[in-house]
Design a protein around this ligand. Structure first.
Ligand code: KIV
Ligand code: ZN
Length: 517
């Protein structure tokens, strides 16, 4: 693979969550939701934001107009349109109040687009592109031109188009792998060739890439492009987008951050905002983040194998290349399972303040394994219950940590109102409370939080079945914020309401310990 070495340049990041990301079926947002995401993207410090396709609907036009007028100088704001006057006019009208606007024009460059989509000659399509850029340029100084389906286009035709649209005034040339067809080595070479020529043609024009993930290569292709001279990457949060999605912003940004010399660059992304942005987009768009998703998945910083847990407890570096706090995620998690060894088990019970008499350690560890076989994952609350089974001289609570415990609860849910009554205790202190809510979980959580009287806000609540058929086992994962710090709590129970209550109590008990792992 050809590569440009040695230099360190800024790689611009354009986020298109609100345009390509919003094309995901069912992920359409209203204006208020789009605005919330846009503001978070500004906190993330993206360089450019693509916020819609104004000619597609009145709603999109109005959203682009409203959002672009509040973005200010913090980022370039752009919207997409085809190479036709009416689309360009819609972009102009919706962006004209923006402080740093840019028109984005897309036009196919591959044989299949030219023949099948447009039914025109290649020369006619090229002329359309040039006319569109010239027209856009009269309206705004910044114009990005995307050669749709570039990765399946002839190089000579692509270059002819690039030369012509740059001469017509395009300030960014975007090379999309529209259908996720590219492979990293070839895509890298393509970008190297274009970059080389573009520098001679006009060194001020940025070279950008936009990759789709149809064969799972969007991040690899984008990074190969960066290594080969791309100045700008187009991404979405959590990699959402048309079909299998786009390049995931968090993966590319952290890839470059981990290997700045290899990629010869850096981004300006405030990585500490990555996790919050990922969760916000997931919640607002109703699109779950795959549990094993790189960087932002639930398991990205969770370790369950005995060998890994043992290594991590000796030094985090053994199995951790990114610290969760670098992306603003909750601390690394040791998940106790039937594969956990004695080291991890002892670590958790000591964190909870317990010490086991030497001669009973094996017996209690076996008991733990039996519990882990049954529950699949064992959390703090389960360990507390396990410890309670043993007489005080066998299991000693050395550190005085009083955790909250669920004594009893009742939830009554009907079409008018949901009511929850809970009884919790902490040491000798018993607290009871009854609350109503808009649903069973709302009422339950209000009652628990009122009873424990700890100011926390609920950021996320997730539930899924981790067993088969009617053998259902509900796993609840929640995240809460206390004094600006994120804590997570999980629980697995047959009864999902009970799992929900215990997950919250586990999270609150982590606040008590300021638990790290
Ligand atoms: O996938 C694509 O080609 C696009 C362009 C508009 C950049 O989304
Ligand atoms: Zn796309």
């Amino acid at each position: 693979m050809n590569c440009i070495k040695g230099s360190s340049k800024k790689i611009y990041v354009l986020d298109t969550t609100l345009r390509d990301g919003e094309q995901v079926p069912g992920a359409k947002l209203n204006l208020e939701e789009k605005m919330e995401v846009a503001k978070q993207l500004i906190r993330l410090n993206v360089d450019m934001l693509e916020i819609g396709f104004p000619s597609s609907s009145k709603g999109d036009f109005e959203a682009v107009k409203a959002i672009s007028s509040v973005i200010g100088k913090d980022a370039v704001v752009t919207a997409l349109g085809r190479a036709v006057k009416s689309d360009i006019d819609a972009i102009y009208e919706s962006l004209k109040k923006a402080e740093k606007p840019m028109i984005h024009i897309v036009l196919g460059s591959s044989g299949v687009h030219i023949e099948k989509k447009f039914n025109r000659t290649a020369e006619e399509v090229l002329a359309m592109g040039v006319e569109a850029v010239k027209y856009a340029k009269k309206l705004m100084p910044e114009v990005q031109y995307s050669l749709e389906d570039a990765s399946r286009s002839s190089f000579e035709y692509m270059w002819k188009t690039i030369e012509a649209v740059v001469k017509a005034g395009a300030t960014i040339i975007n090379i999309p792998d529209t259908v996720g067809f590219a492979v990293p080595e070839e895509f890298g070479s393509l970008i190297y060739r274009i970059s080389d020529r573009l520098k001679n043609l006009n060194p001020n024009v940025l070279l950008s890439v936009h990759c789709h993930n149809d064969t799972g290569l969007a991040t690899a292709n984008t990074l190969a492009a960066v290594r080969n001279g791309a100045d700008k990457v187009e991404c979405t949060i959590n990699g959402i987008g048309e079909r299998a999605g786009n390049t995931s912003l968090e993966e590319v940004v952290m890839g470059i951050k981990l290997h700045p010399e290899y990629y010869g660059g850096f981004t300006a992304i405030n990585t500490k905002e990555i996790y919050t942005t990922s969760r916000m987009v997931s919640a607002i768009m109703g699109l779950d983040v795959q549990v094993n998703k790189a960087i932002t998945g639930e398991n990205a910083f969770a370790h369950s194998s005995g060998i890994h847990q043992d290594g991590l407890l000796k030094s985090k570096e053994v199995y951790e290349i990114i610290e969760p706090q670098d992306i603003g995620a909750p601390p690394m998690e040791l998940v106790l399972t039937a594969r956990s060894g004695r080291h991890a088990f002892t670590h958790i019970i000591e964190r909870l303040g317990y010490k086991i008499q030497e001669e009973h350690k094996e017996e209690i560890y076996s008991d733990f394994l039996a519990m882990a076989d049954q529950k699949k994952e064992v959390y703090d609350y389960d360990i507390e219950m396990l410890m309670k089974k043993y007489p005080k001289q066998i299991v000693v609570r050395e550190k005085k940590i009083d955790f909250w415990e669920l004594v009893d609860f009742e939830v009554v849910d009907n079409s008018l109102v949901s009511t929850a009554a809970v009884k919790v205790k902490r040491g000798e202190k018993i607290s009871t409370c009854t609350q109503t809510g808009s649903g069973a979980i709302d009422a339950l959580y209000s009652a628990i939080l009122a009873a424990i009287d700890t100011p926390v806000s609920l950021l996320e609540y997730r539930i899924h079945n981790i067993a088969r058929g009617k053998e259902s086992l509900g796993k609840v994962g929640i995240q809460i914020i206390h004094e600006g710090i994120l804590y997570q709590g999980k629980a697995i129970e047959k009864d999902i309401i009970r799992a929900s209550a215990i997950a919250l109590i586990n999270a609150v008990n982590k606040v008590m310990q300021k638990a790290t792992i």
